[in-house]
Design a protein around this ligand. Sequence first.
Ligand code: SAM
Length: 356
Amino acid sequence: MATEIPQSTPPTVAATAAEEEEQVQDQGIEADDNTDADSAYDGGYFSDTTSLTSSITRGRLENGRKYQALREDYWGPSDGQQFESMEMILSHLMFLIHDHSQPQPLFRSPIKEPQNILDLGTGKGDWAIDVADEFPSAIVHGVDLFPPPSPWVPPNCFLEVEDILQRWSWRQKFDLIHLRLLFGAFTDPEWEHLYEECFAHIEPGGWIEQVEADVRVLCDDDTLPADSNMASWGPEFLSCGERSGRKLDTIDTFATRIEKAGFVDIHEQDYKFPVGPWAKGKVYKELGRANLIHWDRGLEGWAMWLLTKYGGPPPWSKEEVQVYVAKMKLEMKDPRIHSYVRMRRVWARKPGQSKH
Ligand SMILES: C[S@@+](CC[C@H](N)C(=O)[O-])C[C@H]1O[C@@H](n2cnc3c(N)ncnc32)[C@H](O)[C@@H]1O
């Protein structure tokens, strides 16, 4: 029966500039012992540059999954399997299904003619691409730690590789900065720093908008067995977040942080996304179906890094994670269990008069 859901320091090359100047005067030009003429001629220098690019493209392999190469402290894999789950909904399609009847399903900030938009931690870039399509006169930047897997982007959309905790390279100010599902990515001081950067890079009267997910699988009608993996999933991951120093309770803290950074006019919208098509109503059935596929594809990737590093203690083995995930997949497909996950959207304005 359907149930109702209410609503690093850089490597030392030479010493100081002065020492380098002295070396040059003393020694003149000498060949580097490690670089013979032939290797330079056959592309050795070129390989030096390309090796950086290709390491970013290749990423790191761990427990059979691929991770981006820029930071070692982010939990999410960036491989085909994970892109599939990101696309397959949570990050995009599910919000479009839920908000299809909103005047603007892509965001709630009341911006009319945006010129510059930034999507932080853009993932595959689905949101940035759709927004660029929707606002052809705007320039949309999407940024993440790995090169975008999207084969095609609109001409006004730029998907870039940057660590958003490092100094930002954008000189323009933005009408809207968007973040989605960055839970567990940053320490408390890093979040604070990030919101300060957002505040500094948003036009007066411009908007910040963020959407976050609760890692706990919830249930309102006691159909989720207390001894199930689904029930233990949330507490297990909240503990991993505590141990890693990058908490996974972002859904409960980000609105306050946004306000603390100086934004005003704070709006919140809470969502319940059913896992499986158990809830009443066409939209919730579609949402539930999509969410089930999303969890089915995404589970291992979400679990592997965190549990093998911060699970336990002691941390879990790869095989333990695989068994846990397999059991959880079975539970999620049980129609007697009426589970859902919580999402929260917050949008807020930078004080001042908007130009648009
Ligand atoms: C769960 S994914 C969400 C992707 C996208 N926002 C969406 O909703 O589909 C979080 C993304 O944040 C990115 N990320 C984490 N730390 C980052 C950092 N320091 N700089 C840039 N991107 C980062 C990850 O690589 C990952 O793609």
